[in-house]
Design a protein around this ligand. Structure first.
Ligand code: SF4
Ligand code: SF4
Length: 159
């Protein structure tokens, strides 16, 4: 036991003289890695209200409501189309566990990770971000890495 104690003290002694590996946040801020999971951003115009993200979310913290709307025909002389529009899209960050499933499963590139992490709140209810706020996070989404030589961009895939 005494040997273990001495060993532990030895580690403490050695570590004491090494430079700190932490920074005094918020006075000093470290830049997170580009693809860090900070907050989820919504590109509303890409969302088709398919509900896949809400159904796959293990925490049930995505709330979506939509409505049907008329859209012009795709080609001249065609029938007017019915499209789904978003009424409500909220993510409750007090429940989210940042697993990324929603971003992965979205088939329409409507959800993106942003490395932004400074959105703590005094009131827990304020951690519910609505579609306006989720849309504003798009500004902080980094550009995707360049495609490999010869690869073609997926239609509609963009930040
Ligand atoms: S990151 Fe995971 S827990 Fe958070 S909203 Fe998406 S699916 Fe739900
Ligand atoms: S964000 Fe993606 S997965 Fe979720 S409802 Fe919209 S289109 Fe569907």
């Amino acid at each position: 036991m005494a040997l273990g104690l001495l060993k532990g003290l030895g580690v403490t002694w050695k570590t004491m003289w090494q430079p700190a590996v932490t920074v005094p946040y918020p006075h000093v801020k470290e830049a997170p890695p580009t693809r860090a999971r900070g907050v989820i951003a919504l590109k509303e115009e890409n969302c088709t209200v398919c509900m896949l993200c809400a159904r796959q979310c293990p925490d049930w913290c995505i709330y979506i409501e939509g409505y049907k709307d008329k859209a012009p025909p795709r080609r001249e002389g065609g029938k007017p189309r019915t499209v789904q529009k978003l009424d409500r899209f909220d993510i409750d960050y007090s429940l989210c566990m940042y697993c990324g499933i929603c971003v992965e499963v979205c088939p329409f590139d409507a959800l993106f990770w942003s490395p932004e992490y400074e959105y703590s709140e005094v009131k827990i209810a304020d951690l519910l971000h609505d579609k306006t706020k989720l849309g504003e996070w798009m500004e902080t989404v980094p550009e995707p890495p360049p495609l490999e030589a010869g690869a073609e961009a997926r239609k509609g895939a963009k930040k």
